[in-house]
Every structure is written in C-alpha cells, then in structure tokens.
Design a protein around this ligand. Structure first.
Ligand code: KG4
Ligand code: ZN
Length: 336
C-alpha cells in the first residue's frame, strides 16, 4: 500500500510517500522559516502564498524520490485540521484536485494524530494503546491513544502551548524565530538552577497545562533587568526555562500514566526535539518502569511522512473524504 501525505498547516510545505504504513519512501519538507524570521513569527498570509507557490513542486519531488507515479498510489492523505486556515486550504484544495482527477481515495488527517504517528515510523513494533504527550508550537496535550484512529484527550493547555512559551521567551532573550531550538542550544552551557521560575497551579483537571504565567515571568524578569541595566546570562536563563518546561510536561505525563494505568508512554510534536524534554521524560519513564517512545529528531517537526503514516491507518479503518472536505482551523481530536 502506497499513500501520499500532504502537510501545509503552518510554515512547512511537505509531502511524502509511505509504504505499508511505516516505511518512508520519500519525505520532502520545504520550510518558510527564513521568510517568517524577519517578522519574528509566522505571518499567515505569507504562509498561504508560499504554500500555493511550492506545493506542486514539493509533491512532484516526493513522488519522484519515491520512484512512483500518481497511478501507483492507493490514496492521497492531507492535513485538514487544525492550523492556519489559509495554509490548510492550500493543501486541502490541492489534495482534493489530485484525488478527484486521479480517481484515488482522499484521506483526511488531523495534524496532531499525524504527530503521534511519527513514533510508528520510528518504532516498527509500537502499537496502541499507550499514552502520548504531544507538545508543539500550537498544542500541549496528554492523549490516550486508544487505537490507531481513536483518541481521548485527558489534558490540554489552558493558554499557551509549550512551544509558544519557548518561542516567546526566546524572542525576549533576542533569539531569532523559531526560538525553541536556540534556547535548547544555549541551555547546553547554562546552569538550570540559576533562575527559580514559577510552576503553574492549574485548578480543575490535574492533567491540564498552563504556560502563560511562566512566559510572563521570564519576559517581566528580562524587562526589569534591562531597565536596571543588569545583564542576564542567556545560557543560564535558557537552561532554567528548559528545565522548568521539561519538569512540568514530565510530571503531568507520569501522573497521568500512573493514574490511568498505562505502562507505555510516547512523546511527539515539535517540542519533542528538545533535548531537555527528551531526557526528562525518558529518565522518568525508566524510573517508573514504563516503556518510552520518542520520534527520531528529523520527524519531530512538521513533515509529510507523519500525514502519510496516519493517513494509511485512517484508510485501513475506512476513514476517507469526498469532494466536500474542508479545512478547519480548530478541531479537537475527539471530534474527528
Ligand atoms: O510541531 P511543530 O513543528 O509545529 C506545530 O504544529 O506547532 O512545532 C514547532 C514548535 C515551535 O514552537 C518550535 O520552537 C518548537 O516546536 N521546537 C523546539 C525545538 N525544536 C522545535 N522547542 C524546544 N526545543 C527544540 N529543540
Ligand atoms: Zn505540528
């Protein structure tokens, strides 16, 4: 079975061909980071326009590198939610036209389900059920992966996502967009005990997250220091921030696994590339005797292979769409 996956929900135009659910035949990612960097964040209209310009060549390259033609495909999978609406519409319209003109099935994929699938591409034997922490620029979720296509969200962020917290604090420290990776690099030579940063208290659901208080504390501290002419050690602040975010994500995920009786825990999403988060969750899982899975680094950020992989499982489970498929900016995983 050969599935083409198309991803355009944010600032990466990506396409990939995946064979038999888990083998990547090709994966092409065209990133727009250099362009959005000038503005300190993603400019939605620019993102849509770049997707529009790039999508045909990205898909063509993915087919060429996999040495297949449209006729060889069993289905065309596309991210339809959630994300920037204009960006999603480019991928959805393109995939729809491709599917309708070639007579191939059209397969809708939820972006977060795609991130979760990166662990199937990394670990050939991983099977549901398990618990997955998904942390990205737009989401921080603890999710019960009940089957390949059924999910229950048991914790979510009340405000900012973990990646947003990394990026906004990074910007205040003067790092370019997207700042998460710069914080990670700076943290390597910093002291994580140098700054005592706040841990949020979230009333209600104990598995929900909140990162806006931590973000505000870091930004205020930087502004106060600037006003007083005090130089802040960026390596130490990066290490302290990374340590705090890793601790918050890890503590809640381990508590959720214990309380729900999961012995298998996975990590996914753009923030899963963070060395502190990877180490903290992997150590905590080892300590609790849980099996731990995380995607290889090149699959952490947005890519087409994760959409093709999840699209393969959707297809096997009868999840396809007709020509009425639309893009949706906000959609819970429980509503798919
Ligand atoms: O999944 P993703 O590529 O896009 C969304 O679906 O949002 O995640 C992007 C996020 C950004 O906030 C980026 O700064 C963060 O992932 N990120 C990192 C690292 N690499 C990417 N955050 C911390 N450390 C990293 N090494
Ligand atoms: Zn993503």
């Amino acid at each position: 079975m050969l599935i083409l996956g198309i991803e355009s929900s944010c600032d990466e135009t990506a396409a990939s061909v995946v064979k038999d659910c888990r083998t990547i035949c090709s994966s092409v990612v065209s990133t727009q980071i250099e362009e959005h960097k000038k503005y300190g964040g993603v400019v939605p209209e620019i993102a849509s326009r770049r997707h529009c310009e790039n999508i045909l060549s990205v898909v063509r390259q993915a087919l060429d590198e996999a040495n297949v033609t449209l006729a060889d495909l069993d289905g065309i999978a596309v991210t339809y939610a959630p994300g920037l609406i204009g960006a999603l519409l480019v991928g959805v319209s393109f995939a729809k036209a491709l599917a309708m003109s070639s007579g191939k099935p059209l397969i809708p994929v939820h972006h977060i389900a795609g991130h979760i699938a990166t662990n199937y591409l990394t670990f050939p034997d991983l099977e549901p059920p398990y618990l997955c922490l998904v942390a990205s620029g737009g989401h921080s979720h603890i999710i019960e992966v009940l089957s390949y296509t059924k999910f229950r969200v048991i914790g979510r962020t009340r405000d900012d996502a973990a990646g947003e917290c990394f990026d906004k604090c990074a910007r205040a420290m003067g790092f370019p967009y997207p700042g998460g990776v710069h914080v990670d690099n700076a943290a390597q030579s910093g002291d994580h005990t140098a700054f005592k940063l706040p841990h949020p208290i979230v009333a209600g659901n104990e598995f929900d997250f909140s990162f806006s208080g931590l973000k505000t504390a870091v930004i205020n501290m930087l502004h106060n220091a600037e006003q007083k002419g005090i130089e802040v050690n960026k390596n130490d602040l990066s290490a302290s921030l990374q340590y705090t975010i890793s601790e918050i994500l890890t503590d809640k995920t381990i508590k959720a696994a214990e309380s729900l009786g999961y012995k298998k825990v996975a990590l996914a999403g753009g923030v899963s590339a963070n060395s502190g988060v990877r180490a903290a969750l992997s150590e905590a899982c080892a300590k609790h005797g849980f099996e731990f899975y995380m995607p290889e680094k090149k699959l952490c950020g947005d890519n087409g292979a994760m959409i093709a992989c999840q699209g393969s499982y959707n297809f096997l489970n009868g999840i396809t769409a007709d020509e009425s498929l639309n893009a949706i900016a906000t959609l819970s995983m429980e509503d798919i």
